[in-house]
Write a protein that binds this ligand. Structure first.
Ligand code: CA2
Length: 156
């Protein structure tokens, strides 16, 4: 069974504990359980990782890139948190792993928020983007990733 990495960036460990008006009441462990559930239905193994550190996120993308090359990893669902709007290094990491499909995911509709959230360094490197569906976005992104893989596998 292929693996999908569900990667969460800075402060997402606070999910469900603060700012419920923006991000809802679901905690990060709840989100991870939701993803594992969806993975079971979609026939993929889910690996979850959250970090507040840019370097740790980059290391995980590199590791997933090696997994993609050896056929064990299907792709990555990534909520980069505020690094979305600041990180050339994460952009370069995704570009650098060459081929690993990364779906960028935001719980809130970043385009309906402050102007500084409207630009993403991740989007140009992403295979797809899911924005504004709350935590259901993780399930939507996982399904999109698996459907994309099936479509490409059928075409080759
Ligand atoms: O909407 C999203 O998923 C974001 O990636 C969340 C980031 C924000 O900086 C992006 O612009 C959009 C913030 C994640 C912090 O999450 C918290 C959750 C609860 C309490 C405080 C922060």
């Amino acid at each position: 069974m292929k693996k999908v990495l569900v990667l969460n960036g800075p402060n997402l460990n606070l999910l469900g504990l603060r700012e419920p008006a923006l991000y809802g009441h679901t905690t990060l462990p709840d989100v991870e359980a939701l993803c594992r559930d969806a993975g079971q239905k979609l026939g993929v193994e889910i690996e979850c990782f959250q970090s507040n550190s840019e370097g740790a996120l980059i290391d995980r993308i590199h590791e997933a890139g090696r997994g993609y090359k050896d056929g064990t990893v299907l792709g990555c669902v990534f909520n980069p948190g505020a690094y979305t709007h600041t990180s050339v290094a994460l952009h370069d990491a995704i570009k650098g792993v060459d081929g690993l499909p990364v779906i960028e995911l935001h719980i809130s509709n970043v385009h309906a928020r402050e102007a500084f959230r409207h630009h993403s360094f991740i989007s140009p490197a992403a295979a797809g983007i899911v924005v504004g569906f709350g935590v259901d976005g993780y399930v939507i992104a996982l399904e999109g990733l698996v459907r994309r893989h099936a479509r490409q596998a059928a075409a080759t």
